[in-house]
Design a protein around this ligand. Sequence first.
Ligand SMILES: NC(=O)C1=CN([C@@H]2O[C@H](COP(=O)(O)OP(=O)(O)OC[C@H]3O[C@@H](n4cnc5c(N)ncnc54)[C@H](OP(=O)(O)O)[C@@H]3O)[C@@H](O)[C@H]2O)C=CC1
Ligand SMILES: O=C(O)C1=N[C@H](C(=O)O)C[C@H](O)C1
Length: 266
Amino acid sequence: MTKIAVCGAAGRMGQRIIVAAREAGCTVSGALERPGHEMVGQDAGLIAGCGALGVAISDDLNAVVEGCDVLIDFTTPKVSLKNLEVCALKKKSIVIGSTGFTPEERALAVELARDIPAVLAPNMSVGVNVCFKILKDVAKTLGDDFDVEIVELHHNKKKDAPSGTAVRMGEVVAEALGRDYNKVATYHREGICGERTKEEIGMQTVRGGDIVGEHTVYFIGMGERIEISHRAMTRDMFSRGSVRAAQWVVGKQPGLYDMQDVLGLK
Ligand SMILES: NC(=O)C1=CN([C@@H]2O[C@H](COP(=O)(O)OP(=O)(O)OC[C@H]3O[C@@H](n4cnc5c(N)ncnc54)[C@H](OP(=O)(O)O)[C@@H]3O)[C@@H](O)[C@H]2O)C=CC1
Ligand SMILES: O=C(O)C1=N[C@H](C(=O)O)C[C@H](O)C1
């Protein structure tokens, strides 16, 4: 039985991951929140709503990592990089779902995962990862004649924008079209901003209410349009995906993997 510890255990995703780990027959060996968090000391299962587990939410990163096979972490990039560093020191595996990594932070993650197997993915659902695969083919087939715009919608508590999934979708399309995402992504249009360039990929963000997560990539041509959309109705396919990744990654060769590796979509 895989021993899973969860970082961000009292958060929206952390709670669902604890439930998913139990449903998958894994042992929840530890649960983490930051020092001073009001949930430290509480039973992680009671907070997640799946009954007492006898696992108190801790603020002791070293002790929690020591006691697990794999840490699942849905927090922020800075916290995730620290967790990756500690997992590397203790030779434990890690699954990171946090989003909002800068290119420099991502490069650091690759470096830190040199000696341990780690999964880093902005979206752990099967549906979104199949969309990544489809998008590559669609973009390659359509080529430069269709304008690409990406729109994402999320709840009003989300801290990063655009979503990690939208950025990955932009990267997949840009790469398929032979463009550099960081040069062609256009996040803002206002005033007399000029005609749209052929190369740009528009990235639009909507925030409100309790939207779990919606992504649409528009390929807009003359007289026709293709829309590839994914809508998440609950967080459960993200949490199940993260547990699947945790079970998969333990024992793999060191290195940084993504959800396409876990699902065999490459
Ligand atoms: N890859 C995927 O499939 C998905 C990724 N995400 C991403 O996961 C991340 C978390 O999302 P969500 O659960 O909605 O966010 P929440 O804010 O609900 O949860 C994050 C939790 O992490 C806690 N935390 C902050 N700092 C630390 C620390 N140093 N040690 C331990 N815990 C800490 C937070 O505490 P506090 O409230 O005190 O800050 C909070 O309880 C985001 O980046 C989001 O984009 C979300 C869904 C799916
Ligand atoms: O913060 C969220 O909620 C989500 N974040 C991920 C992202 O940024 O892509 C994935 C999902 O859409 C939910």
